[in-house]
Ligand binder design. Sequence first.
Ligand code: RIB
Ligand code: CA
Length: 318
Amino acid sequence: MQKIILDLDTGIDDTLAIAYALGSPEVELIGITATYGNVTLEQGMRNDLAITDLFGHSQVPVYPGLSHASTKDSFTVLSGSAFIHGKNGIGDVEIPDSARSAESENAVDFIIDAAHRYGEELTYVATGPLTNIAAAIAKEPDIKNEIGKIVIMGGALTVSGNVAPWREANISQDPEAANALFTSGAQVTMVGLDVTLQTLLTTEETQQWRDLHTAAGDFLSDMTDYYIRAYAKTSPKFGGCGLHDPLAVGVAIDPTLVKTLPINLKVDTEDPTRGRTIGDKDKLNDPHKTTQVAIGIDVNRFLSEFMSRISALAKGKR
Ligand code: RIB
Ligand code: CA
């Protein structure tokens, strides 16, 4: 069975990514590596432990990652984050703290150990800043050829960004780390705003979770409704919330959900376009492309997979 690591800044859509992975019989979630972004590293770990408990999967270990960007020495949550994800990252819904603690091994070493141990069988999915994976590759460069699949949610190639016209939130947090990953030679699939903003969830779907009358169903519906309300204010034209992070998990499990463009990608690290994901002109004629950027998506098939997998989990069937 495919082993999967999720690297998360947990966050509402990161929580939906956990639910998608746990609801998928094809994969075993062998660990969550925590990062900063929507919330602090500590809040993210608290959420990861509490959420996996609530979903009945307290076997999933959580590893502390790096607490700030590779070029900084601290991190402060952006002021807009609480509006989108709630102060606690999960729509201000209260769920019990876990009795468990995070592991003593750090995320970077866990990623390296898992790459050596599982090789091709290992899929690594990042849905926050790319600080942990960049640090792991810098420490042990061979892992870039050992890990079976690297899928990231981040970036925007054919549409504008969500932090600035040229900058998506996850890449924007640590452009140097993202650039290091894309130019490392590792094969990476980028699931960016090009496709994630085509996958929209509404209160019609969250009502289906509420109707299950389970603790997991109530949590998922209350939390996701917070996110839908934020989208209704910031992006009323969408008519729902973007399923950014669960789509990255969906693509990791079934790459046929998207159409991809092979390209040698880089991230601008200098102003005025710092944080932009763009093709590397110097490698334009290199026939060996290292990034697959998702630019088309089978929306209906993804939404149907999303609902059936997460509903099965919320019913306690997975
Ligand atoms: O741009 C969307 C991404 O930013 C998602 O991963 C969301 O959780 C936030 O981190
Ligand atoms: Ca995220």
